[in-house]
Design a protein around this ligand. Sequence first.
Ligand SMILES: [Zn+2]
Ligand SMILES: [Zn+2]
Length: 272
Amino acid sequence: MDLQALQANSSLHTHTVFCDGADDVETMCRVAYEKGLAAIGFSAHAPIYEKTGWKTNWHLRDFAAYTAEIQAAKIRWNGKIAVYAGLEVDFVKGLIGPADFKDAGLDYLIGSVHYLVPLCGAHFAVDGSAAELERGIALFGGVEALVNAYWDAEEALIAEGGFDILGHIDIIKKNNGNGSYFSETDPFYVERITRIADLIAAAHTQRNIAVEVNTGGLNRGKTTEIYPSPALLRLLRERNVPVILTSDAHCAEHLDGNYPAARFEMEKAGYL
Ligand SMILES: [Zn+2]
Ligand SMILES: [Zn+2]
């Protein structure tokens, strides 16, 4: 699978009824084909219960049925659209990470931080609601501490590796609105995104990885811009880090949601 060739005309971050998506594998393949995409990849939320003991309603329930269904779709759509099987794997330091799924026989893995674990108290969901963000700020003792804990987790994920694509890298801004909690131009934040860009570039020289340009926040009306921010995208471009356009689609309609806007940002950063 050539991520570089699929850079701006595929949809490799998708969710179906096997986890928390609305549509089935066949519908997603058909709509991706109708939209003229060169490839569709499935990236169900990898099961976490065994490793973390956390019960959720949005992770993959039946891995065998999931991979069998995608395998059948690969054959059905052969010659029309490339179909890939992947997983979006949570990274929680010391508990679970993409490396745990390296032998799962998949085409690719997306590594994502959705949870942070405070020193005491229940884990915090980065991808949660504004109320959850308020809870996280209280848990970590302030906005800056929470944001730093998030970037620490991203750094640990990059150090541990095991993924092909780094998922929604600055999702910590999801509930930040127009800077309601922190400013992305604050020196501490600029320092964190510069350091992460350096670390990704260094990791990329050792193993071939790409960073998502993810339109999921836009598609669901949660953000006014892509992940990563244009500023971080520029830092990645300057360091020759490859990117791949994804939609984090939870329904077929979103498979190429906001792609024109994202391609515009990619072009501005010098990617296209
Ligand atoms: Zn995710
Ligand atoms: Zn996702």
